[in-house]
Design a protein around this ligand. Sequence first.
Ligand code: SF4
Length: 342
Amino acid sequence: MLFKLRDASFCLVVALSMMRDSEIHEIRRGAVVQHYNAPAIASTLVKGRSGRPGKHWWITEPVAEAIAVAEALSVRHERVFAPLKRPRSTETVHSSQMIDSFIETVNDDRAWTGLAEIPAGRARPHMFRHAMAMLTDQFPGSEIALGLQLKHVAARALANRSTQAYAAADTRWAELLETALDAVRFRRFKELYGSHKDGEPIGYGPGAERVKDAFDEVTATVQAKNGDSRMEEDLLRKLRITIRFGMLNNCLFDQANPVGAVCLENATVPKGHNGPLEYRCRPDRCRNSMIGVEHVAIHDAHRRTQLKPLETRRLPAPRKDLIRREIERVDAILAQVPEEKA
Ligand code: SF4
């Protein structure tokens, strides 16, 4: 049973942390730390680095939990993923065996777990990293669907690859993921253009106005030159608009002109990080923010959820103040939406 738990923990870490196999085996006890206010694994960068420098990988809660489980199992070892039978052994356990045994367990227990069968075939640690890039590209819809499916795993993985040290050591994987993301973004961008051309609302707020103006220019140019859909697509690709589709808004942060990005105001930017700091996003007052049509209901529901506790008698005053501030923020977001659409 303990083996099964360890193997499951390993598979979760390898699938969701985007760390290399060798790096996972370097994880020592007490490796889960806070790094720039987010959970991270402090471990050793192995590939392409002499002297094995330390490095942080941002992770999600499930990964932190999996490491805590593995740590509890390898009581007498310094390494988190260690042999369970021989307490003082220094040898590392084999990743391939752990993955194979996990797949076997999942398939054997299908009768009571109700899980779908994992098809036969070889699964190895490096494949999970490539799978992330492919999922990014192939999920229907957009990054929003990706976000819903993978929660913020993808965002954390991207943060990992965006540190200079990591990107330099792993340009191929970074490129693969970036290409996949670009493809998803462009598909969604084209969909937005189509909706705008059909006269449908595509979003609200200062960012949305920029997008609409750019779309109108494309339409006007195509009409003036008697162009076709290919020309339209070319012009869309050439637009100087960077858009990140998010769960609560879309962000038009422009790396070449970061002025006005509220998330960067008074922020400590992690070394090597490029782009906005999404976790500090302020869609209520940032000029790069676009509230998509699909976001309105989320903010509306959030407002209603915030109002409820205010009805509670004897709610401490600081808590009330906090809730009121949050409601003010949501009100500022919803104020960007015309009344008939809210
Ligand atoms: S505050 Fe939000 S919308 Fe503005 S740049 Fe930062 S992430 Fe983008």
